[in-house]
Design a protein around this ligand. Structure first.
Ligand code: GLV
Length: 306
């Protein structure tokens, strides 16, 4: 029995250290090259190349090293009987929610206006008020539910949207009610998984459904947004600002017009951090459950693709 870890160098090193500390008895291979592929029973992957798992004929579990599983779902060479699990971590939700909170509060308290005033040494005490916000959380999965619940508890007016109805402490829409959801809000937090259904979702016709100038926060995937449509929606006032952590192409190319736009805030896909110790424990727990034939609460659905 052997576990394999296929990911870029930075997460690989930290995961390797934690894995060897927590499960020194399990042989671990870093990278896809091994002369004993038949021994590999569990693969931990992030941004792996398509087809790279094909030599491992005895795989029992594939574990995404992040919250998203799109990099695995997109690989048609992976047999459907192998369960795909992902990190579901309260610590990750803590970092994601705090990132979103930062973006919401900066907007709420006109932080960028005060920054511009500071550059002019202007004491703008009465110029910028507190904004009245109606915050829409698009995607109330594990992470979306965490931020929606926290914003609600902080006293913000929150409304959720999910594909299937969810029990929430705040009003929420589901299914075919997307237009009603969009017509109510003036802050949109996009925290949906990347699937064929959400690809290019944040496009011009979507923005046209917003009744109020809306502040967009996207922490899902760059493939969910159409950047030229974001720029157009900003120009036309459908959007009054954006806080983006994800981009169509990452790293965001130097020539992208997004960099210089005064109403676009940019961070380099860092909204949710992964904590390797916690995550490695989850991999081991999932694997034990696979071996015992127990249900896998962290399993992604092949049909829904998340
Ligand atoms: C990061 O983007 C993740 O999916 O964990």
């Amino acid at each position: 029995m052997r576990f394999i870890l296929i990911a870029p160098p930075v997460p690989s090193q930290k995961w390797k250290e934690q894995f060897e500390k927590i499960a020194p008895e399990i042989p671990l291979t870093i990278g896809a090259m091994t002369d004993r592929p038949e021994e590999v029973v569990c693969a931990m992957v992030w941004k792996q190349k398509k087809g790279v798992l094909s030599p491992f004929k005895n795989l029992k579990l594939i574990f995404s090293m992040g919250a998203g599983v799109d990099h695995i779902m997109e690989d048609d060479s992976i047999p459907h009987h192998i369960p795909i699990c992902r990190v579901i971590d309260p610590q990750m939700a803590f970092s994601m929610s705090n990132y979103i909170l930062m973006a919401v509060l900066n907007h709420h308290r006109s932080f960028y206006d005060f920054q511009r005033a500071k550059q002019k040494k202007q004491w703008a005490q009465f110029e910028f008020g507190e904004k009245e916000l109606k915050i829409g959380v698009l995607g109330t999965g594990f992470l979306g539910m965490d931020i929606a619940t926290k914003l609600d508890a902080l006293g913000f007016s929150v409304v959720g949207f999910s594909t299937t109805p969810k029990e929430t402490s705040f009003p929420s829409y589901s299914g075919t009610q997307l237009d009603s959801f969009l017509s109510e809000i003036n802050v949109l937090i996009c925290i949906v998984p990347y699937t064929p259904k959400t690809q290019n979702l944040l496009n011009y016709s979507f923005f046209q459904k917003l009744k109020n100038p809306t502040y967009l926060i996207n922490v899902s995937r760059g493939g969910v947004q159409v950047e030229k449509d974001i720029l157009r929606a900003l120009d036309e006032g459908l959007l009054n600002g954006t806080f983006l952590d994800v981009f169509e192409e990452e790293p965001l190319p130097k020539k992208s017009p997004l960099w210089d736009h005064p109403n676009i805030q940019i961070t380099p896909h860092i909204a949710s951090l992964t904590y390797p110790e916690q995550s490695v424990r989850q991999v081991l727990d999932c694997f034990e459950r696979v071996e015992k034939g127990l249900p896998l609460p962290q399993q992604a659905d092949r049909k829904r693709m998340y």
